[in-house]
Structures are given as C-alpha cells and as structure tokens.
Write a protein that binds this ligand. Structure first.
Ligand SMILES: C[S@@+](CC[C@H](N)C(=O)[O-])C[C@H]1O[C@@H](n2cnc3c(N)ncnc32)[C@H](O)[C@@H]1O
Length: 325
C-alpha cells in the first residue's frame, strides 16, 4: 500500500472508531464493538489467550483440523484451483494445518482477511517462511469489505474459513445478516467452514473467559487504553473492574468493564464527556454458544447445505462444513 493511501485508510479507520465509540458510549446500556479489541496490542494478547490452559476453544479446533484435514480435502480434490479465504485469520496457526496438508495436493491460493494489520503482516511473513511456494494475498479489512473482494473471484472454487468461533461475536440476527451477505459473495458449490463453540458445562465456559493469569482481563481493558491512545480519552483504568458472565439459558458469554464509582470521562477526538454511574457497565464482548439445532436452523435460513460436522473428542466445539445451495 502506498504511503498516501495508507494515510487515507488510517484516517478512515480513526473516523469509524470515533463514530462507533460515540454511538456505543452514548447508548443505554453502554457497549463497544468487540472488533476494536484487536489493535496490535489486542492481537498480541489474543495470541497469549490461545495458549491459556483455560481457553479450550483453540485446543478443540486444533484437534478438529488435525483429525479432519483429509476428509476436508476430499471435498476439494476435483477442483482445478482452490482459494482458501480466511475471515478474521488472526495469527493463522490453525489454518496452517490445512494449508500445509492441502498445498502439496491441490493448486491453492490463500487470502487471509483481518481488521488487524499486525495479524495480516505476521501471517503473510510466517507463511512465506513456512510454505514459500504458496500464493498468498493478505487483506487488511473488515469482514464486509473483505466479502466485496470475494465477489471479484467468479470462476474459482472457494473454501471460506470462519474459525475460532468468530461467528459467536454476532447475535443471531447479525449472524443471519452476515451469512446472507457471505452467500451473495460466493458461487454455487463454494464451501464454508464455520467454527461454533457449543453449549457445555457453564463453569467450563466462564473459566475460559476468566483465566487465572488475567490475560483476558488485560485484553478487555485494552479497548479503553486504545480509546485513550487513539482518541485522546482520559479513562482511568483503575476505576473500572472486569466482569465476565455466562448465561446458560441464552448461551451468551458476555464481558463487561464496570465503573466502580460515579465518574466522567472526556474524549478529545469527540470533544465529549461521558458520565458513568457507580456500577454502570460497558459491554466489551459477547461470545454466543450454540446448540446443533440452532446451527442447522441458521444454515437453512441462509440457504446453505450442511455437508459435515467435525467435532473434537469432548464435543465442546464443532467446525461445520457448509455448501452454497
Ligand atoms: C477470535 S480471533 C480468531 C483468529 C483465528 N481465526 C483463529 O481461529 O485462531 C478473531 C480475529 O478476527 C479479527 N476480527 C475481529 N473482528 C473483525 C472484523 N469485523 N473484520 C475483520 N476481522 C475481524 C481479529 O482481528 C482477530 O484476529
């Protein structure tokens, strides 16, 4: 990307954050979009989260991809060229399992898409070392911008990965909207592999978001640090507490930052002061946990056909393979 173009895109990104923070902190209840957790620092912290003993989703999906890579290959082996599109690729280390196995058996191109520039730069750099012959094009963009790019790829078979329970950050209405959008960006018979975290013992779920090393707490607080650094906010982090909670009825794992006292916070870029009551909440994350019935319903409503469901040995997580009808 040229310097002028990058300057423009940074300005646009800053404008979007400012707009979303204004909306999120003006709402009742207050809420910040979880995509803003992933600046450079957030992406680094998320890598640490993936290694935590309490954070089972990463381990489950590693197991699933290792065990099912050959079965997945069978769905692609007759195609002349396959584009593996990785939405919210992160550090891509789970995807490497597939790329490593597929690239000797298929003509392959890899397109990681992520809102974090650090994540994209790292995944491209790492892959160039690990699999130098693989064609790779990193795209630093929001999911929806990324999907626009997919529309340009008309005559190639696509396998879209949406791993790591990324879909769980949407509520059902948003998930349907996103999947409809995805469907429109693909061709008949294209494939999508979606990682869903399943409902399970609520204690296991809550512990995964409330780890003993408090890395997840740091990850959530990073959103306030980001507002301070990028938008000139004066959040005093000590005046907030981290509170993750799981509702086994709705399947929502929500994380909050809660104001421990009545206070005001000024954000320079918005030239606005926000008031917080004692114990007022800011929701920073919501990760929805699914039942298989809901997954089946989601596929039906958005015109996909479920081809296969790959589970880990505990049935904590499923990578569900869908085909465009
Ligand atoms: C939970 S991590 C999962 C990473 C990886 N897919 C995995 O399974 O390990 C979520 C990733 O999605 C990216 N992300 C979050 N919201 C996004 C958005 N709206 N558009 C594009 N990327 C997004 C984050 O930067 C982060 O790298």
């Amino acid at each position: 990307m040229q310097a002028g173009v990058r300057g423009e895109s940074e300005k646009k990104e800053k404008g979007e954050i400012a707009e979303d923070v204004l909306k999120g902190l003006s709402g009742k209840p207050k809420k910040l979009p979880s995509k803003y957790l992933y600046n450079d620092e957030g992406s680094r912290l998320f890598e640490e989260i993936m290694d935590l003993k309490e954070y089972y989703p990463a381990r489950c999906e590693f197991e699933i991809l290792k065990d099912s890579k050959d079965e997945l290959l069978q769905y692609l082996k007759n195609d002349h060229e396959v584009y593996v599109v990785d939405l919210g690729a992160g550090n891509g280390i789970k995807t490497f399992i597939l790329l490593h196995y597929f690239h000797r058996r298929l003509p392959l191109k890899y397109l990681p898409i992520d809102i974090s520039k650090l994540a994209i730069d790292e995944v491209v750099q790492k892959l160039k070392l690990k699999i130098p012959e693989l064609q790779i094009e990193g795209i630093n963009a929001d999911y929806f911008e990324g999907l626009e790019r997919l529309k340009e790829l008309k005559d190639v078979k696509k396998l879209v990965l949406f791993l790591g329970s990324n879909i769980g950050n949407f509520n059902i209405r948003e998930a349907i909207e996103f999947l409809n959008h995805l469907h429109k960006s693909l061709n008949k018979d294209d494939l999508v592999l979606l990682g869903f975290d399943l409902k399970k013992n609520p204690v296991t779920i809550r512990t995964a978001y409330n780890d003993s090393k408090q890395i997840t707490e740091k990850f959530n607080f990073n959103i306030l640090k980001r507002i301070n650094e990028e938008l000139g906010g004066n959040f005093d982090l000590k005046k907030f507490m981290f509170y993750p909670t799981y509702d086994p009825h709705t399947g929502e794992m929500k994380s909050f930052l809660i104001s421990k006292e009545s206070q005001s916070v000024y954000i320079k870029a918005l030239d606005k002061t926000f008031s917080f009551d004692t114990w007022e909440t800011i929701q920073t994350e919501c990760s929805n946990k699914y039942s298989l019935d809901v997954i089946i319903d989601l596929a039906e409503k958005t015109n996909f056909q479920i081809e296969n469901n790959f589970f880990d040995s505990n049935h904590y997580f499923v990578d569900s393979l869908w085909k465009v009808k």
